[in-house]
Design a binder for this molecule. Structure first.
Ligand code: PLP
Length: 385
């Protein structure tokens, strides 16, 4: 039935009314850890839920179709998804990663490098010279995060994928910040797409999960095999909730990005704000490239408070609609302070090199009424001084 369906339809309808036993409209959840064989050496397609589970498979199938991939593996977390991709790198291989990547990814990469699992180069992926220099070292795997966290710098996926193809390196794009509703990296040349489904894909801040979508079947089979070997798979209940979130992915993120655009415009006009980092603003260095590879600018942004750490403390204690919390992509608006929260583990030196100052705040803009969001920010900015 699917094939040429619009992604909006796939998000809502994939697997709906497919139950052949009772005709349930919503696909059921199968919590069973194990499945009865129908006879000696005969099973019905499922044997054991670490290896495969019908609900988890349906979520994987839906995500693969939304990203335009050949297959997907659903993992227990976004970090498990990143680690699953890293299983493709062997001792002596060079892995390239953005210098301003997600803090947890930075920690995982550095720890595996320190244990000798692979070689590692952190680069500024918006710097064409740095990219050319690192490709000269013949990397095996290039990780891209775009827009980057927390400065929303956009990396040209097409350009890096084209160089990677020539160098026979795989490209994996962490698409957590936009979701397939706003960016489809495989169509731009990526081999793998990583998600923390904890964020927009689930969208309700009540599941930690992840996924890897593969452009080709061989990678999907290899990663599915490895997820079974290591047991890094997602649970049936998490898969059920996450698919429930996927049903509304498009309208959620579209409405959230409208709010984000309004918030960015508001912040850009305030004296208390030294800089706003939102690719939707014409002043953002990545505005032009974002337009060519994204279907929208997303609902994440960050900004520098002119008053530094003291202003940050006053600001985060004054907000009432925004909540001070890590994570992003849920229906509720959150504010985070990268230097002490999401990026604390990176260390002051690496943060400074990546341009993450002590006055930087990151917003995940939710589905609340725009006027309430802006009024809340205005109150907090006045408190910050
Ligand atoms: C949250 C996040 C991760 C890690 O995902 P978890 O689900 O928290 O394990 C990886 N990459 C990005 C860009 C993220 O935002």
């Amino acid at each position: 039935m699917a094939g040429k369906q619009d992604p909006r339809t796939i998000a809502v309808a994939n697997g709906i009314a497919s139950d052949e036993v009772f005709g349930t409209v919503t696909p059921p959840i199968y919590l069973s850890s194990t499945f009865a064989f129908s006879g000696f050496e005969r099973h019905r397609g499922y044997e054991y839920s670490r290896t495969a589970n019908p609900g988890r498979d349906l979520l994987a199938d839906t995500l693969a179709k939304l990203e335009g991939g050949a297959g997907a593996v659903v993992t227990a977390s976004g970090m498990a998804a990143v680690d699953l991709v890293l299983s493709l790198a062997n001792r002596g291989d060079l892995v390239v990663a953005p210098h301003d990547c997600y803090g947890g990814t930075y920690r995982l990469l550095a720890a595996r490098r320190d244990r000798g699992h692979f070689d590692l180069a952190f680069v500024d992926q918006s710097d064409a010279n740095a990219i050319a220099a690192v490709f000269a070292r013949k990397p095996a795997l290039v990780l891209i995060e775009t827009p980057s966290n927390p400065l929303m710098r956009v990396v040209d996926i097409r350009a890096i994928a084209a160089q990677a193809k020539k160098a026979a390196a795989r490209v994996a794009v962490d698409n957590t910040f936009l979701s397939p509703a706003l960016q489809r990296p495989i169509a731009l040349g990526a081999d793998l797409v990583i998600h923390s489904t904890t964020k927009y894909i689930n969208g309700h801040s009540d599941v930690v999960g992840g996924a890897v979508v593969c452009a080709n079947e061989a990678d999907a089979a290899a990663l599915s095999h490895w997820a079974n070997v290591t047991g890094s798979i997602g649970s049936p209940f998490d898969a059920y909730l996450t698919l429930r979130g996927v049903r509304t992915l498009f309208p959620r993120i579209e409405r959230q990005q409208e709010n984000a655009a309004a918030v960015a415009a508001f912040l850009a006009g305030r004296d208390e704000v030294a800089a706003v980092h939102y690719p939707g603003l014409a002043s953002h260095p990545s505005h032009a490239i974002a337009k060519t590879q994204q279907a929208g600018f997303g609902a994440m942004l960050s900004f520098d408070l002119a008053g530094g750490t003291d202003a940050v403390r006053r600001f985060v204690e004054a907000v009432r609609v925004f909540t001070l919390a890590e994570s992003l992509g849920g229906v509720e608006s959150l504010v985070a302070h990268p230097a002490t929260m999401t990026h604390a583990g990176m260390g002051a030196e690496a943060r400074a090199a990546a341009g993450i100052g002590d006055g930087l705040l990151r917003l995940s803009v939710g589905l609340e009424a725009e006027a309430d969001l802006i009024a809340d920010l205005e109150t907090a900015l006045k408190a910050a001084g």
